[in-house]
Design a protein around this ligand. Structure first.
Ligand code: NAD
Ligand code: UD1
Length: 342
């Protein structure tokens, strides 16, 4: 009997890749998404890759009545992967209440229903943003969290706290928060990938759009950081590797392999790369010209961060496998596909 998993935000960037890997691993998936930041055509793309069209319900998870009705309609769900959230850092500064309302209410509505319907397992999308600029690198799970730099980052910290407190009094509930570092790249089929709205704020979509001719040049934010080439360092994780971490986490929950009922793991490669290294690698693997200039630092940016992934490696038995080269190439193949570049 196939186990049914609810994937919230499953037509989004990371969610869609995770749905494919869950289906490949034999799970039955139902997606809930309100399409506030994704497109319905993603369902057909998923079907093209896996051969299976996932069940889909379109509604807003911050609406309690609709969420309750959904769980009444789907009584066989065994676990939830909760991706659905607003995620634009800059926008969250402009619209804090929208971010708190959407990200916190959605989680609480799901937890209410887990309790009501006896669903024991959840994997939650957290972020390395909860660590801010760590004092010691690489970042382990015992590195202290720092006060959030943005309302978005704060929603991730608060959601982790909600999960911790909920698990404390609901001993039958098991949760894993995955703290993603910087997810990049696309599925090797180039059928699904990231679809940023408007001018991308993140580095890799800006790079691929510049290479595609949509943007004049890339601005590199700062070359006066205390790093080998002066540009900021991040841990860029391939989105398919990241998707696989969710499958592994779901299996850990379903097989009752947890050490305690609220766990969290860093999900990165363990390698830091600078902005300039990324730009140079992109040019090298694609052979495409990428105009860029150095400008001042971006407000709120940290200097450097990368993960210590020892805990995820040993406890989850998960490890990032893809190289930066193949990941950047996959991002470029996806950009070419959506822009119809031959
Ligand atoms: P995304 O925007 O592509 O996907 C999120 C999906 O959730 C979208 O399809 C959106 O339509 C949907 N959604 C949002 N609010 C909803 C609601 N109230 N009800 C129903 N659907 C709703 O984002 P992503 O990059 O795939 O991120 C997935 C998760 O991972 C988010 O929680 C995000 O905060 C977290 N995360 C992302 C990154 C990153 O760099 N992409 C890094 C760390 C953490
Ligand atoms: C940002 C968010 C983080 C969020 C993540 C994923 C901030 C401060 N942090 O991380 O909370 O989880 O996105 O959505 O916004 N860069 C350029 N030029 C560009 C774009 C980026 O030089 O046009 C540089 C940035 O300064 C940074 C690196 O590239 O050093 C990566 O930037 P980005 O992709 O935006 O991710 P983060 O800032 O790490």
């Amino acid at each position: 009997m196939q186990k049914q998993i609810l994937v919230t935000g499953g037509t989004g960037y990371i969610g869609s890749h995770t749905v494919v890997e869950l289906q490949n691993s034999g799970f039955k998936v139902v997606i809930v998404d309100n399409l506030s930041n994704s497109e319905i055509s993603v369902l057909s793309a998923i079907e093209k890759i896996s051969g299976i069209r996932p069940d889909f319900e379109q509604f807003d998870l911050s609406d309690k009545t609709l969420t309750d009705a959904f769980f009444d309609k789907y009584p066989k769900i065994e676990a939830i992967i909760h991706f659905a959230a607003f995620k634009a850092v800059g926008e969250s500064v402009e619209k804090p209440l929208e971010y708190y309302r959407n990200n916190l209410n959605s989680l609480m509505n799901l937890l209410d229903n887990m309790k009501r319907c006896g669903i024991a397992h959840m994997v939650f999308s957290s972020s390395c943003t909860v660590y801010g600029q760590p004092d010691i690198l690489p970042v382990t799970e015992s590195t202290p969290r720092k006060p959030a730099e943005s309302p978005y980052g704060n929603t991730k910290a608060i959601c982790e706290d909600i999960l911790r407190d909920f698990c404390k009094v609901n001993s039958q509930t098991n949760c894993i928060a995955l703290r993603y570092f910087n997810p990049i790249g696309a599925h090797p089929s180039a059928l699904i990938g990231e679809l940023p709205l408007g001018v991308p704020a993140n580095l890799v979509p800006f790079i691929t759009q510049t290479a595609a001719g949509l943007r004049k040049e890339l601005s590199i934010f700062g070359d006066d950081y205390n790093t080998p080439d002066g540009t900021a360092i991040r841990d860029y994780i391939n989105v398919v590797d990241l998707a696989m971490a969710h499958v592994v986490a779901i299996n850990r929950l379903l097989n009752n392999n947890q050490k305690n009922n609220f766990e969290f793991f860093n999900i990165g490669t363990g390698q830091g790369n600078s902005v300039l290294q990324l730009v140079k690698t992109f040019i090298q693997v694609t052979g495409v010209n990428l105009p860029y200039k150095i400008v001042g630092r971006r407000a709120g940016d940290i200097e450097k961060t990368w993960a210590d992934t020892t805990l995820a490696n040993s406890e989850l038995g998960w490890k990032a496998e893809k190289t930066l080269e193949e990941t950047l190439l996959s991002a470029w193949m996806w950009e070419k596909k959506i822009r119809d570049i031959k």
